[in-house]
Design a binder for this molecule. Structure first.
Ligand SMILES: *[C@@H]1O[C@H](CO)[C@@H](O)[C@H](O)[C@H]1NC(C)=O
Ligand SMILES: *[C@@H]1O[C@H](CO)[C@@H](O)[C@H](O)[C@H]1NC(C)=O
Ligand SMILES: *[C@@H]1O[C@H](CO)[C@@H](O)[C@H](O)[C@H]1NC(C)=O
Length: 331
């Protein structure tokens, strides 16, 4: 059996059919919902990469036929300036964040504890959305690890803050299937000589080496999520999808236009994380990104006027508004 990556989708299904006839073990110990990967690979067994996600599981058909898919390449020349977009609001009840840093075998994931609840609202969001996961995607080379692109440029990594609409839905799974269900904030990451103070807590050597292998977990506390955000930033928003199966088209994406930094040592530590448990061969987590999807006729809206860069990023509109323990101002 040759490499499957170069074949067109119908061909691979034929090939799969033929292989199923020949060998009974094409789905090795993977639950159907786990039977996907980022890189078309045939390491002993075929696991479907991005071009096949929508073909191997009927529940994932949107990955193949959806027209509102993510990620996309953003050309800021196409962003419609919307001066009425309010600033983003973060509310933590004045408490520090705690939770579990986790190697899922696909991503570095930070799963906040049930308390405190962290909410975002504002920007394009008409509902309050609750933080459910911080996910980190990154590449094997600098400059090629983000899912989204800005002006034909990729970044070394992308941080995705995944939230669900807690006013309409009881949990992430229900929200991911429903209209206005999810809000994902994406922050781009460059490799530089300095490090974002929030990411520094996750990525310092003592911490990140605790999650070297799949299913490793490490508890962290006293995190200040505000520190993740740049002092001043604009954002671009569009309607899209989850970037992994089942590719539901229920996501309001909010892309922050000012990148963050991490050090090359931290980037290196990320690339040393394995997709596998220690008993299996090392395969780097890096390259955990879905290829770009067509934007088609979807609108890109932004709170900055990209045609007039001199007017950008001034004033309170371009800062994160943090609502602490004091009652929210009724302005
Ligand atoms: C988050 O939003 C929910 C629902 O709108 C609200 O009940 C809760 O108080 C909010 N939490 C914080 C910390 O603002
Ligand atoms: C999520 O909410 C749905 C609908 O309210 C419910 O049926 C489902 O059991 C919930 N799932 C979890 C994991 O709590
Ligand atoms: C990131 O690093 C670059 C180069 O050192 C620097 O110019 C920039 O201000 C840094 N960005 C942040 C958000 O610290």
């Amino acid at each position: 059996m040759g490499r499957v990556g170069g074949l067109s989708p119908p061909r691979v299904l034929l090939l799969l059919g033929a292989t199923l006839g020949a060998t009974a073990h094409i789905r090795p110990m993977l639950a159907p919902e786990d039977w996907w990967t980022y890189k078309d690979s045939l390491q002993g067994n075929f696991v479907p990469g991005p071009p096949f996600w929508g073909l191997v599981n009927a529940a994932w058909s949107l990955c193949a036929v959806g027209k509102w898919q993510s990620p996309v390449a953003v050309d800021t020349g196409r962003v419609l300036y919307d001066p009425f977009l309010p600033p983003l609001r973060l509310s933590t009840g004045g408490e520090k964040l705690r939770g579990t840093l986790y190697n899922t075998g696909r991503h570095v994931s930070f799963l906040p504890a049930p308390r405190p609840v962290v909410n975002v609202s504002g920007g394009p969001l008409l509902y309050s959305h609750r933080l459910s996961e911080l996910r980190l995607l990154f590449g094997a080379q600098d400059g090629a690890g983000s899912e989204h692109q800005l002006n034909h440029r990729g970044f070394s990594a992308e941080v995705q803050l995944i939230h669900f609409n807690q006013e309409l839905y009881g949990n992430l799974s229900a929200a991911s299937r429903g209209p206005n269900g999810l809000a994902i904030l994406a922050l781009f990451v460059n490799v530089a000589g300095n490090s974002n103070p929030f990411l520094n807590r996750l990525l310092n050597r003592d911490t990140i080496t605790r999650i070297s292998y799949k299913h490793d977990a490490y508890f962290l506390q006293d995190l200040n999520l505000e520190l993740l955000f740049p002092d001043s930033f604009g954002f671009i928003t569009y309607q899209g999808s989850l970037t992994a199966p089942p590719c539901y088209e229920t996501v309001t994406w909010i892309l922050i236009d000012q990148p963050l930094n991490i050090t090359s040592l931290q980037m290196h530590s990320l690339r040393l994380l394995s997709q596998n448990p220690p008993s299996q061969i090392f395969q780097s987590l890096s390259g955990n990104t879905r290829p770009l999807q067509p934007l088609a006729h979807r609108a890109l809206r932004g709170n900055t006027d990209f045609q007039h860069p001199e007017r950008r990023c001034r004033g309170p509109k371009y800062r994160l508004h943090v609502e602490g323990s004091s009652p929210p101002a009724t302005s």
